[in-house]
Ligand binder design. Structure first.
Ligand SMILES: NC(=O)C1=CN([C@@H]2O[C@H](COP(=O)(O)OP(=O)(O)OC[C@H]3O[C@@H](n4cnc5c(N)ncnc54)[C@H](O)[C@@H]3O)[C@@H](O)[C@H]2O)C=CC1
Ligand SMILES: O=C(O)[C@H]1O[C@H](OP(=O)(O)OP(=O)(O)OC[C@H]2O[C@@H](n3ccc(=O)[nH]c3=O)[C@H](O)[C@@H]2O)[C@H](O)[C@@H](O)[C@@H]1O
Length: 446
C-alpha cells in the first residue's frame, strides 16, 4: 500500500474520524481546524464528541507519529515537506438563506490554500455539497495541476469510526480519472464496493441517499399514524414489510420526526437544487412537510394524553422529557426533533424538565433554553403530568418505572420511539401511549 501525505481540513464528526481512521490505515495525516482550543485538546488525545473508539484511534495515531494537529488549512499544507498529496475538505456546509447549502466555508478554505498546494495535489471534497461544487472549486482554484474530486461521506454519528472503517460503499467522482483512482486507493484496505464516477454524480449520490432515508422515515411515520387510526400495530407492520429484501428492516422505526445535523439541511438543499433546475420535487417536499407535521403530532399526542381533549390547555402543565439529543448514542443536539417538540410544548405553555444520559444540568446550548435539564431521570419526572420519551436511549428501558410512577403527578408516558416494554410500564401503573400502537395489548402469538 502507498502511504500518502494527507491533510484534513475541519476536525468535526467527519474530519476527525477521517483523519484518525486514515492514520490507522497507515497514512500520514495532519488535521487542521480554526478552533485553537479544540486543537490543543485533540493534540493531547482528548476528543470532545461522543464517538465510540475515536479517542483511542486519535491517541494511537499520535503515539505512532502518524497523526498531528495544526491551526488553519494553510498550516496543514505547510506541515509536510513537499506539501500534502491529498487535501480533504471536511468543513461545515450549513443550511443557508432560503434553504440552499452555504458553501462559504468550503470556498474560503479553497481560497486559503489555492496558491500553496503543491503540483499534483488532489483536493477531495467530503463535505456534503450541491451538484456543480467540484466544477466551481476547479474554477475558483484556477490550477490545471491540482485535481478536485468528490468523495461523499456516509458515516452516522454515534458509529462514525465503525461506519468509516466498514463502509457499504466508497463513492469517488472527478473529471480526472487518475486523481479519482488515487483517492479510491486510499480506502483499498477496506474492501468496500467502489463507485468511480464523475463529480456531479458523486455529489448527487450523497443527497439522493440522505433524502431517500428521510423519505423512508416520513413514510414510516405516516404509516404509524395510519396504524393509530386503523388499530394496526406499526411494529408488526414494519417487520412484515422489512422481510422483503427490497425494503429491508433498517430505518423503519417511527419517531418524533427525523433530525440531526444533516438530514434536515440536505433535504432542504436538494429541494433547492431541484428548484433551480426547474424541477418540482413534490415527493421530497412531502417528505419534509410530513416531518414538520410529525413534530406537531407529538404535541397533540401529549395534549390528548394530559388533558383528555384535542383542544385542552397545556399551560403550566409540568412535562418530563426523556432524551434530548437527535437520536440515541450521540451528544449532538443539532436540529434535534426532541428539542423541536420541546419548543412546541413550551409554546403551548407547558413547563419542561428534560433528562438526557449524555448531558449534565450544566449543559448550555441555545436550543435548551425552553427547558430545565436535570441530572437524573427521577428528578426530571418529579411531579410531572406526563413523561415523554423522545430519544431511544436503551437505558430508559431499564429505569425503575415503579419508582417513576411514585414520583410523577400522573403516571402517563408518551413513548414517541416505541422504546419501552408497554407491559413493564403498565405493570408499574403507567398509561403507556406509543406511536402506531393499538391501545389494548394483542394476545401473545405462539
Ligand atoms: N456529521 C455527520 O454525521 C456527517 C456530516 N457530513 C458532512 O460533512 C461536513 C462536516 O460535517 P461535520 O463533521 O458534522 O461538521 P462539524 O461541525 O462537526 O465540524 C466541522 C469542523 O470544521 C471546522 N472549521 C470551520 N471552518 C473552518 C475553516 N475555515 N478551516 C478549518 N476548519 C474549519 C470547525 O471548527 C469544526 O471543527 C458537512 O458538509 C456535513 O454535511 C457528511 C456525512 C456525515
Ligand atoms: O450525512 C450525514 O450527516 C449522515 O446523516 C445520517 O446519519 P445521522 O445524522 O448520524 O443520523 P441517522 O442515524 O440517519 O438518524 C437521523 C434521524 O432519523 C431518526 N431515525 C432513524 C432511524 C429510524 O429507524 N427512525 C428514526 O426516527 C433518528 O432518530 C434521527 O433523528 C445518515 O444516516 C448518514 O448515512 C449520513 O452520512
Amino acid at each position: 500500500m502507498f502511504v500518502r501525505r494527507i491533510a484534513v481540513v475541519g476536525t468535526g464528526y467527519v474530519g476527525l474520524t477521517t483523519g484518525a481512521c486514515l492514520a490507522s490505515l497507515g497514512h500520514d495525516v495532519v488535521c487542521a481546524d480554526v478552533d485553537a482550543d479544540k486543537l490543543a485538546r485533540m493534540a493531547a488525545g482528548q476528543v470532545d464528541i461522543l464517538e465510540p473508539g475515536l479517542a483511542e484511534l486519535v491517541a494511537e495515531g499520535i503515539a505512532a507519529g502518524r497523526l498531528s494537529f495544526v491551526l488553519g488549512a494553510a498550516g496543514a499544507v505547510a506541515h509536510f515537506d513537499g506539501g500534502p498529496e491529498v487535501l480533504f475538505l471536511c468543513v461545515p456546509t450549513p443550511m443557508g438563506v432560503g434553504g440552499v447549502a452555504d458553501l462559504s466555508i468550503v470556498e474560503s478554505v479553497v481560497e486559503e490554500v489555492r496558491e500553496l498546494l503543491p503540483e499534483g495535489c488532489v483536493i477531495v471534497n467530503k463535505s456534503t455539497v450541491p451538484v456543480g461544487t467540484a466544477e466551481r472549486t476547479e474554477e475558483l482554484l484556477g490550477r490545471e495541476d491540482v485535481a478536485v474530486v468528490s468523495n461523499p461521506e456516509f458515516l452516522r454519528e454515534g458509529s462514525a469510526v465503525y461506519d468509516f472503517l466498514n463502509p457499504d460503499r466508497i463513492v469517488v467522482g472527478g473529471s480526472k480519472q487518475d486523481a479519482a483512482e488515487r483517492v479510491a486507493a486510499l480506502y483499498a484496505r477496506l474492501g468496500a464496493p467502489t463507485v468511480l464516477t464523475d463529480a456531479p454524480s458523486a455529489e448527487l449520490v450523497k443527497y439522493a441517499a440522505n433524502c431517500f432515508l428521510a423519505m423512508k422515515l416520513s413514510y414510516v411515520n405516516a404509516v404509524a399514524e395510519l396504524c393509530d387510526r386503523l388499530g394496526a400495530n406499526i411494529t408488526d407492520v414494519t417487520e412484515g414489510m422489512g422481510y422483503d429484501k427490497r425494503i429491508g428492516q433498517a430505518f423503519l422505526m417511527p419517531g418524533p420526526g427525523w433530525g440531526g445535523s444533516c438530514l434536515p439541511k440536505d433535504t432542504s438543499a436538494l429541494l433547492q437544487l431541484a428548484d433551480a433546475a426547474d424541477f418540482e420535487f413534490r415527493l421530497l417536499r412531502a417528505t419534509i412537510d410530513t416531518n414538520t407535521r410529525q413534530r406537531q403530532r407529538m404535541v397533540e399526542k401529549v395534549r390528548v394524553a394530559v388533558t383528555g381533549k384535542r383542544t385542552g390547555s397545556l399551560s403550566h402543565k409540568r412535562i418530563a422529557l426523556f432524551g434530548l439529543t437527535f437520536k440515541a448514542g450521540t451528544d449532538d443536539l443539532r436540529d434535534s426533533p426532541a428539542l423541536a417538540v420541546a419548543a412546541l410544548l413550551r409554546q403551548a405553555g407547558a413547563d419542561l424538565v428534560g433528562y438526557d444520559p449524555s448531558l449534565s444540568s450544566a449543559a448550555t446550548h441555545p436550543d435548551l433554553s425552553t427547558l430545565t435539564v436535570a441530572d437524573d431521570p427521577y428528578l426530571a419526572a418529579k411531579d410531572a403530568e406526563a413523561v415523554v420519551v423522545l430519544t431511544e436511549w436503551p437505558e430508559f428501558r431499564s429505569l425503575d418505572w415503579q419508582r417513576l410512577a411514585e414520583t410523577v403527578a400522573r403516571p402517563i408516558v408518551v413513548d414517541t420511539r416505541n422504546l419501552l416494554d408497554p407491559a413493564v410500564a403498565r405493570r408499574a401503573g403507567f398509561e403507556w401511549i406509543g406511536l402506531g400502537k393499538p391501545l389494548a395489548e394483542p394476545a401473545a402469538s405462539s
